[in-house]
Design a protein around this ligand. Structure first.
Ligand code: ZN
Length: 396
């Protein structure tokens, strides 16, 4: 068989698999078990071993499958990682978002680039790995609910820790046009709920206005935002260089003449270093409990302030001696390193000692949008990276 035929076959296979994957409506928060079953079956037939981890209701699943080394060496295992969920679709698509449609050089469908394209490439290439004389393990990691603040991956990471998988090289195939991304800020989202005591506006001293306490809380956030600027690390690689903070909304109150008993504030912070997140939360919680809540309780003992974590996506820190970046650079010939403004699961893998890089087919420009697509040539580039990894994973 000529090389050209083989690469054509691999490409056709990746398109076929991508078509199948797009047909599974794996919107974040919904059941993704059929898709996981599909992936698991492909890999099992090739001799992979696997385990699954679940959410509490057992309807959302992470899969971690392994093609074992035939000739184990001291090379670090490779983890090919992608999330299986997609963002919801809104009206206005030119094609059915869950039916892959090829037009010219593009394949349209929800998840085409973010990030079923990468998963399809890894599954299409898996038969080649299974036949090769691998001298290191190749893992396939497919998670759920990345788009909703990385809910699935931490469950998988816990299991990896238990199983002693804490070393390796992880490639997260988020759409980067196959460019190397080696850092991003964290993204922490919160909603803080205030409950006071309703009353007539003519007697403010007899009620506890949740709206007024929420406003003081927001003022504190804005004050702390200035402190975050002062904490900006030297030589920060990010734009802006410091941790940011933003108030997304304040919701409360029913009428001009009623003291509002309920109010909540949506806010988020994007820390450049973890310590900023810790600092911010500590200062804020202290103020909320020691100042605001104390005052509220003087009038109404059952007053409360509750901060709910919506999601805390760990930041991904630049590692100047990253094995993962070096591996990908050597294979693609591209030595550039970029940072992005979106969050990924990279920080979670990095946290347990796995060298991680974000690099995958397609562009983030098309992600989360109407008429999401992937340029077919990107799949070819990704397959060629996977082929390079094979070259680095066989004994001579
Ligand atoms: Zn994504």
């Amino acid at each position: 068989m000529s090389t050209e035929n083989t690469s054509d076959q691999l490409f056709n296979s990746s398109v076929k698999i991508l078509t199948d994957l797009i047909a599974f409506k794996t919107i974040s928060g919904e059941d993704n078990s059929s898709l996981i079953h599909y992936c698991d079956e492909i890999l099992k037939k090739l001799g992979a071993t696997s385990f699954k981890t679940f959410d509490d209701e057992k309807k959302r699943v992470n899969l971690f499958a392994t093609l074992k080394a035939k000739h184990p060496s001291n090379k670090k295992p490779i983890i090919l990682s992608g999330h299986t969920d997609v963002v919801p679709v809104s009206k206005g698509w030119s094609t059915d978002p869950f039916v892959a449609t090829i037009k010219n050089d593009k394949l349209f469908g929800r998840g085409a680039c973010d990030m079923k394209g990468f998963i399809a490439c890894t599954l299409a290439f898996a038969p080649v790995y299974s036949k090769a004389n691998l001298d290191r393990d190749i893992h396939f990691s497919y998670t759920f609910d990345e788009e909703t603040a990385c809910i699935g991956a931490p469950i998988l990471i816990e299991e990896l820790k238990k199983r002693g998988v804490k070393d390796g090289i992880c490639i997260i195939g988020e759409p980067t046009n196959m460019k190397i991304i080696d850092a991003h800020k964290g993204c922490y989202e919160y909603t803080t709920y205030f409950e006071g005591l309703a009353g007539h506006s003519s007697a403010p001293h007899k009620g506890v206005s949740a709206v007024e306490y929420a406003s003081r809380y927001v003022n504190k956030l804005i004050e702390l935002r200035e402190k975050l600027k002062e904490r900006s690390p030297k030589n920060s690689i990010f734009d802006p260089p410091h941790s940011t903070l933003s108030i997304g909304g304040i919701f409360g109150g029913i009428a001009h003449n009623v003291i509002a008993d309920k109010c909540h504030v949506n806010w988020e912070t994007r820390p450049v270093v973890k310590e900023d997140g810790v600092f911010l939360n500590a200062e804020l919680d202290k103020y909320a409990n020691e100042v605001l809540l104390t005052d509220m309780k003087k009038v109404f003992p059952n007053s409360s302030i509750t901060k709910k974590i919506i999601g805390e996506v760990t930041g991904f820190d630049r590692d100047k001696k990253s094995n993962a970046c070096e591996l990908v650079s050597n294979l693609t010939g591209d030595n550039t390193r970029e940072v992005v403004s979106f969050g990924t699961e990279a920080g979670l893998f990095q946290e347990i000692g796995i060298s991680t890089v974000v690099c995958g087919p397609g562009s983030i420009e098309q992600a989360h949008k109407i008429d999401e697509f992937i340029v077919l040539d990107e799949l070819k580039k990704c397959l060629s990276l996977l082929n390079g990894i094979k070259g680095q994973s066989i004994s001579n």
